[in-house]
Structures are given as structure tokens and as C-alpha cells.
Design a binder for this molecule. Structure first.
Ligand SMILES: CC(C)(COP(=O)(O)OP(=O)(O)OC[C@H]1O[C@@H](n2cnc3c(N)ncnc32)[C@H](O)[C@@H]1OP(=O)(O)O)[C@@H](O)C(=O)NCCC(=O)NCCS
Length: 165
């Protein structure tokens, strides 16, 4: 609960939400989302984690690997999806890359994942830069449709071709 203020501040920031959802959340919605998140058990460690800046002992976002779901909504065995959200005041310090690298190592070495994917809205160049620096490569671009006006770039990283230290 100590993180709820910092979480809601981020979710209400239009710049943070520009390529993830597209619109800032209302305070009430952010609070409800945070509270719902507390109730959900982490699925075998595949989950988003609070990201704490050690020097300030402060919540500055959330990063992690959650399940990679197939078209039927089932988690794909031995796969995960990397994601990161950092509060705007802390952008540009290498924190997403640092957290991303830690989670890639965690996913491959501790969770035994074979493949990690990341799906990034087209135009979210900072995010694409982070995954490319982590060694991910583009697999395909999912075009916008009449129901979903955003287009997404899909990235992947396979365990066999990485050595992240
Ligand atoms: C994407 C995000 C996580 C990056 O966090 P960050 O801590 O600032 O990232 P880092 O500092 O580790 O690295 C950012 C990289 O992108 C580059 N970058 C920043 N803005 C950029 C832009 N508009 N175009 C291209 N590259 C850009 C930076 O120069 C840096 O690369 P470098 O290390 O080669 O200089 C952060 O902007 C964020 O939380 N955005 C909102 C939520 C979001 O979109 N999350 C991604 C969901 S897939």
C-alpha cells in the first residue's frame, strides 16, 4: 500500500500512458487497479514487480515478465512477456534497461524460460530501443485494425542465443 500514491501518479500521467493504453487513467480507476493487483497471486513468479530506486527507497515504476498468452488466452509454456513502466521524472537514466536485463537473466536462468517476447506500440521508440539493446529482435508488425487503431511491433529473445551478464 505504501506505493499507491506513486503508482496512481504514474497512471494519471498522459506521457507515461501515451503508448500503453493511450489515455491517462482517472484517479479512481488507477486506485482500483492497484488494489485489484494486490489481490492477485503472482503466477509462478511470472508477474510485474514494484521497481524501487535504492538511493531514494522510492517506487519509480513496475517491471517484470508476465505469461505470454496464445490466441486462446492460454499461457504458453516456457515463455514470458517482458514489460517496463518508469515514472517520467526518472526516464533517461538507464533504469528500464537495467531492470529489463535483470528480468531477462531471471527469466532464463531462474525461471527456465526458453523465449521472452515484448510487444511495443509503433512509435514507442524509447521502449523499442530498450529491448533492442537487450538483444531482442523484431519478429513482425501487427497492423492496426478497425477495432484496434494502434499497430504493434513484436520482439523476441531466445534463450539459446543470449549471454546476459
Ligand atoms: C519506455 C520506458 C520504460 C523507458 O524507460 P527509461 O528508464 O527512460 O529507459 P532507459 O533510460 O533504460 O533507455 C531508454 C533508451 O531509449 C532512448 N530514447 C529515449 N527516448 C527516445 C525516443 N523518443 N526515440 C528513440 N530513442 C529514445 C534513450 O536514449 C535510451 O537509449 P540509450 O541508452 O541508447 O541512450 C519509459 O519511457 C516509460 O516508462 N514509458 C511509458 C511506459 C511504456 O511505454 N512502457 C513500455 C511498454 S512496452
Amino acid at each position: 500500500m505504501a506505493d499507491i500514491e506513486a503508482y496512481c501518479e504514474m497512471e494519471q500521467d498522459p506521457d507515461v500512458r501515451k503508448f500503453v493504453g493511450g489515455y491517462p487513467r482517472r484517479r479512481e480507476d488507477a486506485e482500483n487497479r492497484f488494489l485489484r493487483g494486490l489481490e492477485q497471486p503472482a503466477v509462478k513468479m511470472l508477474s510485474m514487480w514494484a521497481t524501487i530506486l535504492k538511493t531514494e527507497n522510492r517506487y519509480i515504476g513496475r517491471c517484470g515478465i508476465y505469461p505470454n498468452f496464445n490466441d486462446a488466452g492460454q499461457p504458453i509454456a516456457n515463455e514470458g512477456t517482458l514489460a517496463f513502466y518508469i515514472a517520467k521524472a526518472y526516464w533517461g537514466n538507464g533504469f528500464a534497461k537495467e531492470a529489463g536485463r535483470a528480468f531477462v537473466n531471471f527469466g532464463f536462468n531462474k525461471l527456465g524460460l526458453k523465449r521472452i517476447v515484448s510487444t511495443i506500440q509503433e512509435g514507442n521508440d524509447a521502449s523499442a530501443r530498450v529491448v533492442e539493446k537487450l538483444g531482442f529482435s523484431k519478429t513482425y508488425t501487427e497492423p492496426a485494425t478497425q477495432t484496434n487503431l494502434r499497430s504493434f511491433i513484436h520482439f523476441e529473445l531466445n534463450n539459446s542465443i543470449t549471454a546476459h551478464k
